[in-house]
Design a protein around this ligand. Structure first.
Ligand SMILES: Nc1ncnc2c1ncn2[C@@H]1O[C@H](COP(=O)(O)OP(=O)(O)OP(=O)(O)O)[C@@H](O)[C@H]1O
Ligand SMILES: [Mg+2]
Length: 178
């Protein structure tokens, strides 16, 4: 996976808990980029070796069938005054290393899937961390332009992510399918 070496260097484990049985067609590359950007931000927010928890569950939003993916860290959290600006292009608190495009890109992909993204965060000194939740509608994903490519890539969501080499073989990544 893209951030494997960074995770190892930081001693951070990623736990993926997948109970979703839904089939999401395609967009493997986009999904990978979205999760990589979220994981990358979590790594940046956690100076100590801690855990990033990803869960993938079947869900419904306003009658739409889909999956909800959450990426949760125990990092320093996001001050509430920054929350409204997170998805703006070039918004960054990392002047030396960030472009501020990561979450903007995430939002563009999620919007293009007709999905939704939300964030909860706390900077409380005893209980800090950030959780991003993505709702990915199954129907919207299956409706995309290139049917042949979509059909080839149709996979249960858990496999889709595993196929993105959030690799089971990697000791820092634990993939649990229920
Ligand atoms: N998990 C997180 N914990 C704490 N802060 C976060 C988290 N995710 C995002 N942020 C905040 O949101 C800002 C914008 O994130 P974004 O990914 O768009 O840009 P970046 O990480 O600064 O730069 P880039 O992703 O382009 O390298 C970050 O600079 C950081 O302040
Ligand atoms: Mg980023």
């Amino acid at each position: 996976m893209v951030y494997d070496s960074r995770l190892r260097a930081a001693g951070i484990e990623v736990h993926i808990d997948c109970s979703a049985k839904s089939t999401v067609k395609g967009l493997r590359g986009e999904m990978h980029q979205v999760l990589s950007n979220l994981i990358s931000n979590s790594i940046d927010a956690m100076p100590q070796p801690e855990k990033i928890s990803i869960s993938i569950e079947d869900s419904n939003l306003e009658g739409m069938k889909g999956v909800t993916i959450t990426v949760a860290d125990t990092g320093k959290g996001i001050p509430s005054e920054n929350l409204p600006r997170l998805f703006e292009p070039f918004f960054t608190t990392k002047p030396d290393s960030g472009t501020g495009m990561g979450l903007w890109v995430v939002k563009q992909f999620v919007d293009s899937w007709s999905g939704q993204i939300s964030v909860k965060s706390s900077t409380d000194k005893d209980n800090h961390g950030t959780t991003f939740s993505l709702f990915v509608p199954v129907v919207a994903l299956s409706k995309t332009r290139n049917k042949n490519i979509q059909a080839r890539q149709a996979l249960p969501i858990g496999q889709l992510l595993a196929a993105n080499s959030f690799a089971a073989a990697n000791s820092f990544i634990v993939l649990r399918s229920k």
